[in-house]
Design a protein around this ligand. Sequence first.
Ligand code: FAD
Ligand code: MG
Ligand code: MG
Ligand code: MG
Ligand code: MG
Length: 566
Amino acid sequence: RGGPENLPILRAQLDSFDSPSKANSRHKPKLVILGSGWGSVSLLKQLNSSDYDVTVISPTNYFLFTPMLPSAAVGTLEIKSICESIRSILSYIGGHYLRASAEKILFSEKLIKVSSTDPETGEIQKFYVPYDKLAIAVGSISNTHGVDGIQYCHKLKTAEDALTLRKKIVENLERACLPTTSDEERKKLLSFVVCGAGPTGTEVAAEISDLLSEDIIRGFPKILRQEVSVHIIQSRSHILNTYDKTISEYAMERFQKDSIDILTNSRVQKITADEVIFNQLNPETKEVELKALPYGLCLWSTGVGQNPLAQDVVHSLTGVQKNRRAIETDPHLRVIGAPLGDVYAIGDCSTVRTNIADHTTEYIRKFVVGRHFPKHKLEKNIITDDDIKHLLLTYDELIDLSLQIAQKHPLAKENLQLMHELLPKYDSNKTGRLTFDQVKALLEEVDSKVTSLPATAQRAHQQGKYLGKKLSKLARSYDSLTLNDILDGDIDDAVAKPFKYRHLGSLAYIGNSAALDISGHSFVGGVIAMYLWRSIYFAQSVSTRTRVLLFMDWLNRGIFGRDIIT
Ligand code: FAD
Ligand code: MG
Ligand code: MG
Ligand code: MG
Ligand code: MG
């Protein structure tokens, strides 16, 4: 069968002869999942083999336990210990895997255009994969901020990145020891620069510094130790500035003690083959100085950018999709603008939109109308939208309304709780009542303030789990749904509550200690914090295999130190 552009429409089918259950699965609804990261894997873990014919499409055939990537990049852990084969995860539910990238989604045809490139010949295969339900979880890409010379930098996003980084560190150490290397060249080779002091940048700087101070003494010339330097360049005044202040300050202190050079208020202008050029602002004199820092290795980790597929989805739904950085979903995680209930987006590539203001009439009708119209009118259902638009609502009614709305929009709760502060601002004539238009404008402000969710594994995991549970429920509930639910079209709403994010805290590893920021309480410390840090990730890691491997790596490192070989 020919698809659009005369490309074939194909399903993963080689394995349909493997077992009767696989052959059988062809008659089930087709669930396609794009990506094999945190969101996808958390989703997969919730599925039952009997509910869907599942296909994962991703260029990466493994799940990557990213919180441990900085450790793997410097050799504290083996890279294979933090990877988990996607095929083995899929085998539990009899799912298929295709190593390919999604390029485009045709929402009305329910097709995904995918492409797969032969790494040797560069030959590209393109085809379409059909779906009944689609989950987009393609993550984000590293942000470049349009800085020149970014190609000289390392990044840390994939397992390959960690391997290359590790190789480069060892390479620089070995080259520093060659008799042909000049003193100046040696200093440069041993200058490690990290641009960006978020959790990833900070952890890499800490790990490199630990590696150099703990392991280099064994086997390498002692002089290297004095010539090694680790620098971290940050545009703000603090490192780890999204964390609690105590953590950020602790990290700064800790880094100073470890002789890590912290360059705050510094903006990178350009990167050449040997130097990072940056502007540093002196906060007291307000003077800006242009500086150059020679480097042997430079890591760029200044945040995340939009994945090309996510960008394409947003473009193809222009007018409906309003956020420029992520795919917008409704609170049920359905992509806004795609046919309702067909397509979901989770994780870094997505954000949940709250569109409370669009439903102003509906909410007023549902929650406050009772007090304004006589009973007979209510019973006969003859209150028009126009009637509602002519109402004047009191502060008390509006606070009540906001509490009701907060039940439906948990993500907007904090903002809705500020309702009493917002009311006087919109009550321009100070009458103690708001017109419909004023209420709508107020709710628009609430909408615009609702911050999107953080780009973290924690969030992707929660969304994946939520969606997996819902899809399982959906598969089983078609029989039990009432006709009304189906006519209403909102089957998702009938089977599951909207997604609710729970912030469980943040943590970062800082030079043989860890900083935890857990529901408002911050905690920093030495060995105990480090073990707490490790045990949290222990519990989060996906399989027994990974758990065993991680444990062995730590044991190994504790006893024998890191391997400085490649
Ligand atoms: P990802 O896990 O990135 O998965 C995206 C998947 O989509 C990948 O498999 C990718 O190959 C695939 N893909 C990409 N494009 C396509 C396409 N076109 N078609 C099909 N598949 C595609 N978060 C924390 O909460 N705590 C931490 O300590 C932490 N540390 C981190 C350390 C590092 C070094 C990094 C890089 C990230 C860290 N994060 C941490 C963030 C966390 O990893 C991300 O927020 C999380 O991975 C997002 O999950 P996701 O499923 O949205 O995307
Ligand atoms: Mg994913
Ligand atoms: Mg991942
Ligand atoms: Mg994602
Ligand atoms: Mg991290």
